[in-house]
Design a protein around this ligand. Structure first.
Ligand code: FAD
Ligand code: NAP
Length: 540
């Protein structure tokens, strides 16, 4: 007997994933507790509050589909909703289903270990609490551990330091300030245009130029919202049956199936419409270098047209990087920002940051006086949040040690030797290369159905077999091999963090294909998993 509170399931994280996991598991009659480090729900949308943040999947699709009531009741104001609106939506869903009472905030899970004697997870928090649970759901996020580069002198900076992923709740007033932004990924590309309008002077420190496509954000028209709502079921189904989990039509033609003139016309039209749809207009952009080159030439021409200073334009044109193989950025007025008199672009390839000093930073031979530095330097993606927990399976094996050469999962949601532990949108799942809310719903539905199956059959636990884990990880690698994703250094391949194993992290076979595989595995009686009756689970 122990005095620790016991739950059927502990869910770690209260972003889109943890919230939906609570809703579904509680709906199956489980006693669930969600533990969240932040002071409220929202995950990504709680922590990242930098100016300019909005979703880059369309609001109408970047939202829960599980409740028709919710999708009818809620009305998005813009094509790409801003952070505050998304956070309001998340809180609305939490309250709509009275989920808050089963959530514990301002608490970080520090350890989760499988106890083989009692067949339960022992969970510890930074508040010194201990919980016992049969199931443990890691809804800890793919992009929830900010990467703050260890630049010499950082701690001695006399001005204000910010990371886009840990933004002050009350906002930041940059007026009259000399600001430096380090990083030009999605977070930099979204925040730079807004910071430029607020700051006295903005210096953008760019290491690698990225491709960015105009969002063409705008208010949603009442008649299009009505049309969406009238057809929501069908549109959601279209998303589920697509590779990226969105409504964009799937291209049937290669760049080379159309004349050069027709190709240019199609690209022009896609550029005018904006959004991720741009990268889906030809079927081979992400797999054929020559096809990709055609699109790269088009986008680089657009960049050169947008920028007045040809030298700055050249710096902003990505070099030797296929478009889309690194996460494509979606912007509002990014390139035009570099025409402003108060904005300067610094090329870190030519002039690397040497140190941060009390009054600014030194890049190459030049000193930059700064009142504030914004790190838009990304995340320890996909494995960072899992490794931040002392996560131990059978035999006390730490996940960190098991994955020392790169993550090994079955379907991105289960790990051999970690019974009844599920990862939502983990490495080896399509997650980050799709509309993530859709992928999260698919994973949580799968997990909930699995838990219900175990209970129905009187089974104690489920765990991936080592063989299925090896085979899936090999498959994830094989699917990635013919794509251009593996030709580029990006966080998709672990290249953004020093010392991180460089393997492909997400599954690139597409959301639809992945869903079919998951469904097939269930139809075959959870093939690839070991289903343990009570006594066996405990014996191992
Ligand atoms: P998160 O939202 O990251 O939530 C995880 C939560 O777990 C966090 O709140 C964290 O505090 C908590 N947590 C982690 N570890 C612990 C612990 N040990 N103890 C307690 N709590 C813990 N995806 C898209 O598809 N479209 C977009 O437009 C899009 N825009 C994005 C913009 C930004 C700035 C970022 C960073 C990501 C974006 N993403 C987007 C990806 C986004 O992360 C997902 O869409 C989605 O919000 C992830 O939800 P989640 O619940 O899986 O994880
Ligand atoms: P990111 O894409 O990893 O970009 C980080 C940027 O910081 C890169 O330009 C990188 O340069 C630079 N950088 C990192 N370390 C550096 C260092 N030591 N010195 C100088 N520069 C350094 O991170 P992110 O922009 O936060 O985006 C991460 C992901 O979150 C996105 O890919 C996307 O999935 C999601 N996101 C989505 C949106 C949206 O539009 N809805 C917005 C933000 C984020 P290198 O390229 O040279 O490494």
């Amino acid at each position: 007997m122990t005095s620790e509170p016991e739950f059927d399931a502990i869910v770690v994280g209260a972003g889109f994933a943890g919230i939906y996991a609570l809703y579904r598991l509680r709906g199956r009659g489980l006693k669930v507790r969600v533990i969240e480090a932040g002071a409220g729900p929202g995950g990504t949308w709680y922590w990242n509050r930098y100016p300019g943040l909005r979703c880059d999947a369309q609001s109408m699709t970047y939202s829960y589909s599980f409740s028709d009531e919710v999708q009818q009741e809620w009305t998005w104001s813009e094509r790409f909703a801003g952070q505050a609106e998304i956070l309001r939506y998340i809180n609305y869903v939490v309250d709509r289903f009275a989920l808050r009472s089963d959530m514990q905030f301002e608490t970080r899970v520090t350890r989760a270990a499988f106890d083989e004697i009692c067949g339960r997870w022992m969970i510890e928090t930074d508040r010194g609490e201990r919980f016992i649970a049969r199931f443990c759901v890691m809804a800890t996020g793919c992009l929830s551990i900010p990467n703050l580069p260890g630049i010499k002198g950082l701690e001695g900076f006399g001005g204000a330091l910010y990371h886009t992923a840990d933004w002050p709740k009350q906002g930041v007033d940059f007026s009259g300030k000399r600001v430096g932004v380090i990083g030009t990924g999605s977070s930099g590309v979204q925040s730079i245009p807004i910071i430029a309008t607020q700051a006295k002077h903005l210096t953008v420190f760019q290491r690698t130029a990225n491709f960015s496509i105009p969002a063409r954000n705008r208010p949603l028209r009442p008649e299009e919202v009505r049309r969406w709502k009238a057809n929501y079921q069908a549109l959601r189904e279209k998303c589920r049956r697509s590779p990226f989990g969105d409504v964009y039509d799937q291209a049937e033609k290669s760049v080379f199936d159309v004349s050069a003139e027709e190709g240019r016309r199609m690209l022009e039209e896609a550029w005018t419409k904006g959004s991720f749809a741009f990268i889906t207009i030809f079927k081979d952009i992400l797999t054929n270098q020559a096809a990709n080159d055609v699109v790269v030439a088009f986008v680089n021409r657009k960049i050169r047209e947008a920028i007045k200073d040809p030298a700055v334009a050249e710096l902003l044109c990505p070099k030797d990087v296929p478009i889309g193989a690194k996460r494509l950025c979606i912007d509002t007025g990014y390139y035009e920002t570099f025409n402003r008199a108060n904005v300067r672009l610094v090329d870190l390839k030519e002039n690397p940051i040497r140190e941060i000093r009390v009054d600014g930073l030194v890049a190459g031979e030049e000193s930059f006086a700064l009142d504030a530095i914004v790190f838009a330097t990304g995340f320890d993606a996909m494995t960072g949040a899992l490794f931040a927990i002392d996560l131990r399976g059978r035999g006390g094996v730490a996940l960190k040690d098991k994955w020392v050469e790169g993550p090994r999962t079955y379907l991105g949601l289960a790990v051999a030797g970690f019974p009844n532990l599920f990862i939502v949108a983990g490495p080896g799942s399509p997650s980050v290369v799709t509309n993530m809310v859709l992928s999260i719903e698919q994973h949580v539905d799968w997990i909930t159905d699995c838990v219900a199956f175990l209970r129905r059959r009187g089974l104690e636990s489920i765990e991936a077999t080592p063989e299925s884990e090896i085979a899936w990880t090999r498959h994830v690698g094989e699917v990635a091999e013919p794509t251009l994703f593996v030709t580029v250094k990006s966080w998709y391949v672990g290249a953004n963090m020093p010392g991180k194993p460089q393997v492909i992290y997400p599954y690139l076979g597409g959301a639809e294909k992945y869903r079919e595989i998951c469904e097939d595995i269930v139809a075959k009686g959870y093939v690839g998993f070991r289903l343990n009756p009570a006594a066996e689970s405990r014996a191992g």
